[in-house]
Design a protein around this ligand. Structure first.
Ligand code: GFB
Length: 318
């Protein structure tokens, strides 16, 4: 049965799958204001790639609501070089959690996808209707196919079993708990870490992968968590809905903004042996805007907060 809207979270048992990640931890921060009970599981206790283990946990914990934020994630290089992990792990996590949620009669599930589900050359900004209208970006097609399968699972279970399962498609995210590893991280965290290291070590050059010309849109993860909670309460459709900031910039512009924040006065060098990926990724957010949701934290402020968080972590670990 699809419940009526708005769907209240107060007093509910809410499972956040992937709570240790950047998105899951932001969801826990945001859900603390909803008067619900949050449930989490550790990777050591339950492997979400194992259906029997996931079923057992759902039967014991009996969640009523699920945010499916668990995923194998990484930047362009991780996606491109570990296709097996990105395809299998993400397919298995989505299939197992959606199936367990159905069997345990979870009232509502929200699946987090990604803007890379849209074709490489989709019209910009990309509307939800661009899904499956053209070939995917090769550097992340494994991850994209798993995320498309996840959203299709939600649609299929909705049609066949009447489950209230919805999908949201966030743009590129950043913020506290991001992965700052230079090989496996996404661009914003990697450039913050590289620029900070160059400043500390007195180096004059920071390397940018590719040409610096691709355009990306960035959303602060606490805004994403706010939008996901908002949509859990107010959205119940078969179609996915985009969550974005509404504007984009080139990677070189991002690098300059980061240099300003970090205080780096040197220059940038480009590494053409690294891929550019998709030329532009900007989501059409008109559906979400029409519902009345807007992001609160701009790129400058969000990047400063992320840099502060990174420096605090570094000081704590040194
Ligand atoms: O963030 P990113 O790794 O992922 O890279 P995508 C964005 C752009 O920044 C690419 C460039 O053009 C990179 O070549 N870039 C420049 C860098 N310097 C760096 C650097 O030091 N590190 C990184 N990582 N990039 C991912 C997908 O695509 O986006 C995933 O692979 C997922 O599937 C994610 O959807 C949100 O935006 O290209």
């Amino acid at each position: 049965m699809i419940p009526e809207l708005p769907f209240p979270l107060e007093g509910k048992r809410v499972f956040v799958a992937g709570h240790r990640g950047m998105v899951g931890s932001a969801l826990l921060r945001r859900l603390a204001r909803e008067g619900c009970e949050t449930l989490t599981i550790s990777r050591e206790h339950v492997d979400l790639r194992n259906q029997a283990a996931v079923d057992r946990w759902f039967n014991e914990a009996r969640p009523e609501v699920v945010f499916l934020a668990a995923a194998r994630v990484g930047g362009i290089h991780a996606n491109d070089s570990r296709p097996g992990e990105f395809l299998y792990d993400n397919l298995a996590i989505a299939a197992n959690v959606v199936e367990a949620a159905h069997k345990c009669r979870v009232e509502k599930l929200l699946f987090l996808g990604s803007s890379c589900i849209y074709p490489r050359l989709a019209p910009q900004p990309m509307p939800e209707s661009a899904l499956l209208s053209g070939p995917l970006e090769p550097t992340n097609e494994w991850y994209a196919i798993a995320k498309i399968a996840g959203l299709k699972l939600c649609q299929a279970y909705r049609r066949q079993y009447g489950c209230d399962f919805v999908s949201v498609m966030p743009t590129n995210l950043y913020g506290p708990n991001d992965n700052f590893d230079l090989e496996s991280g996404h661009v914003l965290a990697a450039l913050l870490a590289k620029t900070d290291a160059a400043l500390k070590e007195g180096r004059k050059i920071v390397e940018i992968w590719g040409s610096g010309r691709p355009r990306r849109e960035f959303l602060y993860v606490d805004d994403l968590a706010d939008a996901a909670v908002f949509l859990m309460k107010t959205w119940s459709e078969e179609e996915p809905i985009n969550i974005g900031a509404g504007s984009d910039l080139t990677i070189l512009e991002l690098a300059r903004l980061i240099a300003d924040i970090v205080g780096f006065k040197g220059r940038f060098a480009f590494d053409p042996s690294k891929p550019d990926g998709t030329p532009q990724k900007l989501l059409d957010v008109s559906k979400l805007s029409a519902l009345g949701w807007r992001p609160r934290i701009g790129l400058d402020e969000g990047t400063r907060q992320t840099y502060d968080w990174y420096r605090t972590q570094q000081m704590a670990s040194s």
